[in-house]
Design a protein around this ligand. Sequence first.
Ligand SMILES: NC(=O)c1ccc[n+]([C@@H]2O[C@H](COP(=O)([O-])OP(=O)(O)OC[C@H]3O[C@@H](n4cnc5c(N)ncnc54)[C@H](O)[C@@H]3O)[C@@H](O)[C@H]2O)c1
Length: 216
Amino acid sequence: MVNRTETAGKKAAFGLNEEGIEAKAFPCDVSRKEDVETMVEAVEETLGPVDILVNSAGINIRKKALEFDPAEWNQILDINLKGTFLTCQTVGRRMVERRSGHIVNISSVAAFIGLTDRAPYCASKGGVSQLTKVLAIEWATSGVTVNAIGPGYVRTPLITELLKDSAFQKTIDTQVPMKRIAETEDLQGILLVLCSKAGAYITGQTIYVDGGWSIW
Ligand SMILES: NC(=O)c1ccc[n+]([C@@H]2O[C@H](COP(=O)([O-])OP(=O)(O)OC[C@H]3O[C@@H](n4cnc5c(N)ncnc54)[C@H](O)[C@@H]3O)[C@@H](O)[C@H]2O)c1
């Protein structure tokens, strides 16, 4: 697993080890090409070839489009979109050489619908879904599938502040047909399909796991 800081990575790996799952931490800022290259080399040297890459690093800042500073725009796009491109490019190059691999990019329902107060986030996730299509086409005959998952709200630290807001459940009731947010377990099934033989003929897709939000 890859985390921005060594401490966070070690903590997450330790948690998985406690559950009997073998995990190692590799620190990396995905928006920095040198970091990504060093990390991928270290991963393959320690664990062997990467068969599955899941790009999940992402951030969000909420405010009106008129109030965004260009530095904030760059920060979000650098991590969410450029970071996804850099890891796809670095790991994908090796997968293409080996003619085998599955890449899953964590996009968002925000790639498909417009959400107020999230201009750079929506733009970055729209970019992730489009990037996914292009890589899928370029690597389609090289044994590498590239797909994306587009979650609605998922109970993670990213939405801690929203969960504290008493009006939040009302938003969910009016926007999400299933009237609930996702638990991380809700994403597991499709992730397994996209990373296994069951999904061998699926590439370039963004699969929305959003309780029906994007169909309204
Ligand atoms: N939680 C939701 O409601 C939700 C909904 C749709 C999409 N997503 C997407 O799911 C993905 C995972 O988000 P989450 O909900 O688990 O949030 P999270 O904040 O819990 O996790 C995001 C992770 O990205 C890491 N990260 C941030 N910048 C990084 C960098 N420069 N280099 C390496 N790692 C970095 C953080 O350290 C953190 O571990 C994100 O791409 C997010 O946009 C989340």
